[in-house]
Design a protein around this ligand. Sequence first.
Ligand SMILES: NC(=O)c1ccc[n+]([C@@H]2O[C@H](COP(=O)([O-])OP(=O)(O)OC[C@H]3O[C@@H](n4cnc5c(N)ncnc54)[C@H](OP(=O)(O)O)[C@@H]3O)[C@@H](O)[C@H]2O)c1
Length: 303
Amino acid sequence: MIPTPPESTRLTPVTVLGLGPMGRALASAFLNARHPVTIWNRTPGKAGDLPHRGAVVVDSVQDAVRAGEVIVVCLIDYDAVWATLEDLPADWGHRRLINLTSGEPAQARRMSRWASARGVDYLDGAILTPAPAIGTPAGAVLLSGSLDVYEAVRETMDAVGGTVTHLGEDPGQASAYEVALLDIFATSVNGIVHAFALASAEGIEPERFAALATGIGGLLPEMITRFAQQIRADHYPGDRSTIASAASGITHVINTATSHGIDATMLTAAKGVINRAIADGYGSEGLARLASLLHKGGTGSTA
Ligand SMILES: NC(=O)c1ccc[n+]([C@@H]2O[C@H](COP(=O)([O-])OP(=O)(O)OC[C@H]3O[C@@H](n4cnc5c(N)ncnc54)[C@H](OP(=O)(O)O)[C@@H]3O)[C@@H](O)[C@H]2O)c1
């Protein structure tokens, strides 16, 4: 539970731009923490119960920005953020802009430069947890950019619950973590649905398959930790399994998928990297070595 401040405490007025599931969750968390909250969304009618709980709905972005001291923007992507903020008058006064929209590190850095040119205090951020976790101890938000701005908004951002971590002065860092984590998520989801398609083509019931497939998920935390140590040390022992062995395993999957007419593009791409590693003489090393071989055009250490 987030402690309720005494009524007499003046809390920072917060504006939330964007009322998708995440924007609504953020606005709700700020309301729960007793902040005065103003909300705006491009399409009206998305505020749910927020107005009944005290949020002020405004029609124009300009009015929304004017009402807040901390402006939290959470839209579908950076193009939407540009479309929303670009034409605003240059004078933001002492307002602070926190962009929690998912994006790419280069977009975050560009947005930070845009803000800086207007004298707007800016932090970029990434939300690592689903909307229902916001405002609870499970919430996890990364922020990056000016430490001074972070210190200034720290208390306000406590409302989102859980952990709010400042990663440093480079505004692109939060997005950098986010894209790297999304990399795991995107490829995992593809791997999972592909495995279900393959299992189904072989007549395996989804639930029976799931019972064993979850065991694979359980192996990942230890593997991720071990890979980090090996990449840091630039040393990839093949004592547990080797790249050559992985080549054999992935070939069985590709052949079986192909025999059932199941798309194997992602796997053949992965096999291409493995083949390159073997051709370069790394077949007897462990799989973490592959991280250093993914850069287009050749080999080299990631450490
Ligand atoms: N939902 C989650 O659990 C979750 C978790 C982690 C991170 N995030 C990130 O949080 C951000 C928001 O996600 P979300 O789930 O709330 O919903 P979303 O579907 O990603 O975004 C919906 C919001 O974007 C607005 N929008 C779309 N195009 C726009 C444009 N051209 N101009 C202005 N506004 C535009 C929508 O306004 P309209 O209503 O007018 O279309 C709505 O407010 C995303 O970057 C997402 O990756 C979400």
